[in-house]
Write a protein that binds this ligand. Sequence first.
Ligand code: NAI
Ligand code: OAA
Length: 329
Amino acid sequence: MVKAVVLGAAGGIGQPLSLLLKANPLVTELGLYDIVNTPGVAADLSHISTPAKVEGYLPANDGLQKALTGASIVVIPAGVPRKPGINAGIVKDLATGIAKYAPEAFVLVISNPVNSTVPIVAEVFKKHNKYNPKRLFGVTTLDVTRASTFVAEILGDLSLSKEVVVPVVGGHSGVTIVPLLSQSSHPLPSGFAKESYEALVNRIQFGGDEVVKAKDGAGSATLSMAYAGAEFASKVLRAVKGEKGIIAPSYVSAEADTTGSAALAKELGKELSFFSSNVELGTEGVTKIIPLGKLTEAETALVKAALPELSTNIDKGVNFVSEAYKPQL
Ligand SMILES: NC(=O)C1=CN([C@@H]2O[C@H](COP(=O)(O)OP(=O)(O)OC[C@H]3O[C@@H](n4cnc5c(N)ncnc54)[C@H](O)[C@@H]3O)[C@@H](O)[C@H]2O)C=CC1
Ligand SMILES: O=C([O-])CC(=O)C(=O)O
């Protein structure tokens, strides 16, 4: 039995993500929670002829508790696009629910800013003595998906985009997003100009802005994010089921694999408590944090540029929770 739960299931990401999870044969039960509209979304999805039993929950009548009870995997796209302050509080409250009602679940955080919301979840779990760093993931898959697509476009063959694998490391916002194009499964054309390389890096780092601009006030990426979130969730579920050798970049705690993160810290010249890199997934979550490997000069510069912002973002998340838990005088 695999119960997947989506928190924020009625939103722009939540609905298509729930659809893709309903279509995933590994999911046998789907719990949909939001502050609005989940009964309708659940009724709609429940007519799809796949095995997962779908149930919608609202906050009334202990809805969060009921949604989370028995969850194997919890995906969080709840919140508001580009409103970091509001999302911090939402994610803290939902993390409190997970710590209470589904402390063993694998938790996949989509709500932005991922660089800070993942540390927020970790801190809340620590307050409840339920923190397992191997089971907490920041979803950075959209950056990887974009990198694959844009590289396939440059290679002039979109049919390659499913095969192209580019590790994207660091975090999930602007300059903290670092594509390691030199390690792409499909190399860029020989003689690829420096300006074209810089434009490609910039497009991957600020892909979110491209969508926000095109949507002209109607929000940020939802459909591509739902696809990316479902892909990552599927990898976690396959690994949990016993499939070996599944590797995906994700924003995880250095504590998830202290051996791997020590090597990473040495490579980075800085110890960060969270960093996105390729991780190997297993039945218990993260089994290995994979070092960055050989970087080009340009990639080293990108990593260096990412570190200060990432560090500030992590501190923000940690401080948000300590402030929230300060005894009221
Ligand atoms: N990690 C990534 O790569 C990406 C992350 N995002 C982020 O995902 C989040 C959601 O984006 P959208 O779906 O476009 O927003 P949206 O506004 O369309 O949907 C958000 C949903 O969350 C719900 N919600 C609000 N407070 C809640 C609470 N306390 N409990 C449960 N549900 C609650 C809302 O009712 C709404 O249905 C944003 O923070 C956005 O920035 C967006 C794209 C990519
Ligand atoms: O840019 C945004 O606000 C949403 C996001 O994280 C992305 O599209 O990568």
